[in-house]
Design a protein around this ligand. Structure first.
Ligand code: 5AD
Ligand code: SF4
Length: 430
């Protein structure tokens, strides 16, 4: 979501004649798009802002924007008090206002368009490459082969540990026409894969003129767009799966055979305390239905370790879920207290958290290794995102064998010949 927002912000700048640069020296404006999902993300954002003091000293006319979720949480007053050199603070709920702030940019008229630059810094996720873009057809900060489409903002669930509803607000859904128009525009720009985004993406539902568009219906429409090779979505929530979804998933092989389905814990007791709204059995039932609809599908997840009250027995339920659900991969996080609710202080110390995290990661690695190895010898359809890597429908990264190169954006059949670290190795076959 942070990355998708960064891209949207980049477009606002592009509309004003700016282009992206990865050189801080060349930048006339810097945008720090912050995350606060865990304390570490917020700490990273804060130190990133601190490091820009020097830039601002050297470039007093430059503009520093601090935006996003940590900006929403900490507030303008706090940020400007602590970092008086910050020019604008725009919280996650007001990202739309950035474009309106830009015409006031006082240095703007003095700069010929070819000298205008802006830099975006991501504070979470994989650092994206920051190619230069030039209006009117801006080159985007993410890979043109795979593009994000935000279909909803915010979240209306109330998971006990989560700060997202507080900083992004209640769930709201974009109109299907708007989503499909953006999808078409991105395909026209060269995207071959679209990733529909939302905090509970499969809760999507849009009513207009007596007609209601469900998530499944939206997927069906998007999957039918000409020129699209693959459709993905992220992240669904176990509460919102429907029979209609499983039918659409089964009938549309263009929908990637991969579902990232955050579980958070394998223990019913902890799931209840987290207010996740499902049990381990119900979660496994959904995984079974995914595999029933698409036997080859890969399922990955998120885990939180060290949630308040998590006993060794609870933790072992998370460990055993990895093999039982057959996760191809899992992001594992140490619990980080984000809300003011009482009783949510972690009861494990840092060393205790680290110990559980390591055991969980080791189990994930063992399981993923087995799942990757099971793909050796198969022929897979790979969508190359660059010359040296692509992804299968089940989202496994495939790298070409030494000497071979892939053509970005062109689907290719590859024989899987081995496993290197977390990726598959393969060679194109006719
Ligand atoms: N502590 C640790 N991990 C968290 N996540 C969300 N909130 C917290 C928290 N307070 C994790 C969840 C979620 C992912 C995006 O971040 O696993 O799925
Ligand atoms: Fe947070 Fe996701 Fe729960 Fe919403 S569904 S409250 S975003 S963890």
């Amino acid at each position: 979501m942070n990355e998708a927002d960064s891209e949207r912000i980049g477009r606002s700048f592009a509309a004003r004649g700016f282009e992206l640069t990865d050189s801080l020296k060349a930048a006339d404006a810097v945008v720090i798009n912050t995350c606060t999902v865990r304390q570490r993300a917020e700490d990273k954002a804060i130190s990133q802002i601190g490091r820009l003091r020097k830039w601002k000293l050297a470039r007093p006319d430059g503009k520093l924007f601090v935006v996003g979720c940590a900006a929403e949480k900490l507030g303008r007053k706090y940020i400007r008090n602590r970092f008086p050199f910050v020019d604008e603070v725009v919280g996650a709920k007001s990202l739309d206002k950035i474009e309106a702030l830009l015409p006031d940019f006082p240095t703007l008229p003095d700069f010929p368009p070819e000298n205008r630059h802006s830099v975006q810094k991501h504070t979470t996720g994989q650092p994206s490459p920051l190619p230069t873009f030039r209006p009117p057809t801006p080159r985007l900060p993410d890979s043109p082969v795979s593009a994000f489409i935000t279909i909803m903002r915010g979240c209306s669930l109330k998971c006990s540990y989560c700060i997202v509803p507080a900083v992004r607000g209640e769930a709201s859904y974009l109109a299907p026409e708007e989503i499909l128009a953006e999808a078409e525009a991105k395909i026209a720009e060269g995207a071959k894969e679209l990733i529909l985004l939302g905090q509970t993406v499969n809760s999507y539902s849009y009513k207009a003129g007596g007609e209601s568009v469900s998530f499944a219906r939206l997927l069906e429409k998007a999957a039918a767009l000409p020129g699209l090779a693959r459709l993905r979505f992220m992240s669904p929530h176990p509460l919102f799966f429907t029979d209609e979804f499983f039918r659409v998933f089964r009938e549309n092989p263009r929908i990637g055979r991969y579902i990232h389905l955050p579980v958070q814990s394998g223990s019913d007791r902890i799931l209840k305390a987290m207010r996740r709204g499902y049990t381990r059995a119900r979660y496994l039932d959904i995984v079974a239905k995914i595999r029933e609809a698409a036997p080859d599908a890969a399922v990955s997840t998120d885990f939180i370790v060290g949630y308040p009250g998590e006993t060794e027995a609870d933790f072992r339920e998370s460990l055993s879920l990895i093999g039982e659900a057959g996760f191809s991969f899992a992001y594992c996080f140490k619990y980080s207290r984000r809300t003011d609710e009482r009783g949510l202080e972690p009861d494990l110390d840092e060393a205790g958290m680290d110990e559980r995290l390591e055991r969980l990661l080791a189990e994930v690695k063992k399981n993923s290794g087995a799942i990757l190895n099971a793909r050796i010898g198969r022929i897979e359809e790979v969508l190359p995102e660059s010359r040296d890597f692509g992804r299968t429908s089940a989202n496994f990264v495939v790298r070409p064998e030494r000497g071979a190169e892939l053509e970005p954006g062109a689907l290719v059949r590859m024989e899987i010949t081995g496993v290197v670290r977390n990726a598959l190795k393969g060679r194109p076959v006719p």
